[in-house]
Write a protein that binds this ligand. Sequence first.
Ligand code: ADP
Length: 630
Amino acid sequence: MYYNISFDIAAILVLTVIAVGMKTVLYTDTRGHKLMLIYVISVIVSANIDIITAYTICYGHMVPDPLNLILNTLYQYTTVFSVAVAMRTILSYFPGASKTSVIINRTLLYIQAGFVTLNIFTGIMFRFRDGYYAHGPVYFAAYIISLAVVLHMLFVVLKNRSGMPGLMIRIIILFLFLPTVFTVIQMIAGNILLIAFGEAFSALIMLFALETPDYRKLMKTMKELEAAREEANIANNAKSDFLASMSHEIRTPINGILGMNTMILRDSDDPQIIEYAENIRIAGNGLLSIINDILDLSKIESGAVKLQPSDYELSSILNDCYQINRTRAAEKGLEFIFENDPDMPSGYYGDEVRIRQIINNLLSNGIKYTEEGSVLLKAGYIEDDTTKSAGTSGDEDDKPGILKISVTDTGIGIKEEDFDLLFKSFSRLDEIKNRHIEGSGLGLMITNQLVSMMNGTIDVKSEYGKGSTFTVMIPQKVTDRAKPGDLAARFKEPVNSAAKAADIFSAPGKKVLIVDDMKMNILVFRGLLKGTELTIDSALSGVEAIRMTEKTRYDIIFMDHLMPEMDGVEAFHRIHDDKDNPNNDTPVVVLTANAIVGMRDSYLEEGFAEYISKPIDQKKLLSVTKQLLS
Ligand code: ADP
């Protein structure tokens, strides 16, 4: 029998060049690279033995049968070995591949090696007799198992392909199939030795496409980055959860402190004590706002914050922001100026609470970081030109224009190189200079996140030492085109006495029930309603509340949400759903330290009459109580 060995010789030449190249200029110190090099060398060895056996088979009558058997068996072993290394090389690209796939792969190769070994004693694959080479009954076993290995590996590659570049997957598939195709051709052609050539060809493609040092390094770096990102995500989620639960835990005792303090402020006549208590109030509120920021941030980061859009009146938000910050500015001796475009629309559709928060954050920073001069709040609306020209009034408001709010201060300013840090959490600039200014470094981060949730933008212009302007542009649909006129004039009007008097009322003979598992909260609650002449009963648990409501009819029930055993929501439903309970239609107000925006709506949907967040604001409590009693 005569064999054509020219392709084997070509393969040996090409593979030798590849091996030298891989060892020198293309060297990378990775597992994949080492495996690939072993593969190339093993194919060189097997091609050499293939050539030798081509001759020993051809000149069988001059070669002892046992030697021929040994050489051919050796060839079979080197083939199994090179397939095994090729599979390992591929697996090195898929570190996520399951252990089972590795085991299946290995088992198939062991079976193949087992057949080769068995053949030595039985001749089931091939044998030599009197110098003649003859195929045995399972001659194709080795080829079929090789094919099974390739198919199985193809399955592994496709299963683990997500996240890998498409080109890489295609090259690996080519690496798997080229030798297979050449093997099939050899089986058909019979006497042309093509397998090593197919292997050399595929090794060449693999080398240029994937085994270059840059590609391997890139892959390694990408994997490391991915792992680092995953770790960072896990750590960040743990941080958010921790912050959320901590801030919730902290709000509860602050509630007690601030509530008690309100009573000291109200009941004490001693100016010294009032001053101390006033300081507790300021510090307590500062602490509370930091806790709220942390809670907000962790909710935003975990994606729990959803915008709650509704129709709103911008002047009402601006008025609130104006009144709160005017006092703060006045305390620091700063001029506080407000300007608005008198022709801008009055009503919009959007998340009122979050817009108020954004404006307040910017204003409170402006005042915080300004020692002298002024803080200017400006509001305007930029129409979307395309909608304006759309004509009819009905269509006009479909596309949102842009609400533009800016805050300009004459404060310390920001260095240009610090602009990037502004919106990062917990980052505070000029730490030394700002040491005496309270802050957590969260306000702008939250502001930025909220603005981007609304598809808006925030822009900073600042000159270090001179002052800054923060401008937010938020797309908002218009719901009311009425012109507000000059709002500044309206805001400056003195608060009328009727509004002040609205807080104070007396309702003798009316009965309310407060349900809270903390005695101190009940004490605070009683204190806040002191002077209203209401009869106030209290219960320390949901179960006790149910018992009391079965006996006495109340005008309002105030129910804490989080209580051990039975929480406020369950107690509320038990009372309202019980036909025999005289309080099954009594308005129930939920009290909660769960001050996340959006909670109010979910409580109202639950059936509660109102929602009051803790620490309870006395004004809010009085107005809610008065409204529900009337
Ligand atoms: P903080 O609670 O520290 O005020 P912010 O996130 O609101 O946190 O702001 C981050 C940092 O940006 C501040 O610590 C401050 O250094 C700087 N900064 C914010 N607003 C101004 C401003 N109007 N003028 C100067 N610096 C500012």
